[in-house]
Write a protein that binds this ligand. Sequence first.
Ligand code: ZN
Ligand code: MG
Length: 482
Amino acid sequence: MRVTPCQAALAATIALNLLLLYCAWRGPGGPPPSCRPPRGVPGVTVLLRDFEDFENDLAATARAFAALPVPVLVVAETPPYPPVPLPPGVRLLPLLPSPDRPPPRPELHVRTRHVALVPDGTRPLPGLLERMRDALEAGAGDARVVAAPVGPGPLRCLELRLEPRTWTARYGPAAPGACRAAEGTPVLLLRTRDLFALPFPLARPLPTAIFSQAALRGWGLRVLPAAFPAPRRPPLSPHGRWKAENLADGRRRRLMRDLGVKREVLADGRERWYGCGKETARCFGTVYARTPQYLLAGRWTPPCCLRALRETARHVTGVLEAAGVRYWLEGGSLLGAVRLGDIIPWDYDVDLGIYREDVAKCRWLAAAAAGDPVEDAEGFLWEKAAEGDFYRVHYSRSNRLHVDLWPFYPRGGVMTKDTWLGHPQDVEFPESFLQPRVPLPFAGFTAMAPNNARAFLELKFGPGAIENPEYPNPAVKRLGQD
Ligand code: ZN
Ligand code: MG
């Protein structure tokens, strides 16, 4: 059978339409891989992102890489000021949206399949970008990021685990093949589509941002020993160094906020904290239905908040003991003490019972009872709760992490009180549990607790309360629901 050119063209058109229809039909889940546009041209684009506006080496770094030649893009929130004379062909991509321009889409400006994130002050080593790319594509293990050092200092492989539930990033020595981060100054090479599939592809400091997001995805890191040269640069002026440190600190804080990290445990055991303190507000807002917002987000109490709660509990029990106020661990706090000697890792306050008749013995409680909130010598704020006949000691005036003090009084051998908040565990109990009270390790110190804590807890929470952990209000969210 003979086919005329016209018939052939018609057949080709129909086939193309069928293909397009197939691609479109796969719509909501995204087209199948074969229908995606080609993923860029072979090659590596250099992104210059980690630099300061002042005392930088941007022009020389850009010129050196542009001469390789490879495409070079300078990426910054706003154009560097004072302006940097960029060599011909090197473009600047501002990341901050501007009302008179289309939204910034840096990924649309990278046409190559691979991208290298190059720190300011780096010089190319011929062939090294290609070797990095080949190492990535050799597909050894789970490597999705390749690093090579800049300058004489080698890169040290570290393990990095992000633990979103506890808001923690944990570094440690890396077992062979378990490299997740690198200490030092690296050039990083990734597939362009991998980089721009990250929620924060260009957040600074770039290495920490990339390593953290890669670790969350189980992407491996391969470190090459060959180094990019770094010419000697004049040292920063003292003012420049001060500015650079301040800016770096601010960027690190913003990155940790974006990553949901409030505590970094470094490889040498040191810790860096990013959460709330005495001068800031509490990390979480008002708690509704006994279910703080972080629980709904699949997270537990931020470590800074647990730390502040422990500190407040230790302070309050110390003051009460010194004043001769009989107190005991109550509710969830007693449960935590019996279970693990600490605050339950998702709890948002500490509860203590006190003898109502002892209130007058403590000057801060007495002052709070008389009316206004009162700040003690260590900056803790004592107040009578607006919700009823109980007291609250806040970590500080601005940070409202608190210990609740529930005044009970004996009536016919039964401990009772006047304010009931309707929680299932909020019930009367025999005074014999307090005769005597017993010491119990809690939150890093020794607190007083009812004797026979197990019976006390089962009376309040029901049988099996110690063995079967549950969130405070399972009707809103259950443990194990994440
Ligand atoms: Zn906090
Ligand atoms: Mg509580």
